[in-house]
Design a protein around this ligand. Structure first.
Ligand SMILES: N=c1c2ncn([C@@H]3O[C@H](COP(=O)(O)OP(=O)(O)OP(=O)(O)O)[C@@H](O)[C@H]3O)c2ncn1[C@@H]1O[C@H](COP(=O)(O)O)[C@@H](O)[C@H]1O
Length: 106
């Protein structure tokens, strides 16, 4: 099992945990909207570090983003496997070709 899969399993298990015992359980107890808001905050923090160019801080903020992304997904019962399946479906499809094949905007 990868670190990402272990983290996703821990987050899933926190759905049943006491909010006083865990940050993840506390965030999940606040509902999907709050989880989404927190993800947005963490994404902005990562953007700031990416613009500044501090590699170490960017790695740390990126870890926060991935953790909070998984919490946001769990809050809506979307699994890491669901996302992996979608990524696998896209494998080999060029982003440029996919974009060109989209219907023209009306
Ligand atoms: N990867 C993480 C992880 N990354 C970040 N965080 C927490 O996310 C919280 C938010 O970070 P911030 O720096 O934004 O905190 P803050 O600004 O004080 O938050 P607010 O002001 O918004 O309240 C902090 O409490 C961090 O410790 C994490 N908490 C947990 N995990 C993983 O989840 C597992 C389960 O954790 P618990 O649910 O706490 O048992 C852990 O063993 C880790 O593997």
């Amino acid at each position: 099992m990868s670190a990402l899969e272990r983290l996703a399993a821990t987050i899933e298990a926190r759905k049943a945990a006491d909010p006083d015992s865990s940050w993840t359980a506390k965030l999940l107890a606040k509902g999907p909207e709050k989880c989404a808001e927190k993800f947005g905050e963490e994404a902005v923090e990562a953007i700031i570090e990416a613009v500044k160019g501090d590699r170490e801080k960017l790695v740390s903020e990126a870890a926060d983003v991935i953790f909070h992304l998984l919490v946001m997904l769990a809050a809506r019962d979307v699994t890491l496997q669901d996302v992996a399946t979608e990524l696998a479906r896209r494998e080999g499809i060029s982003g440029l070709a996919e974009k060109a094949a989209r219907p023209a905007p009306r």
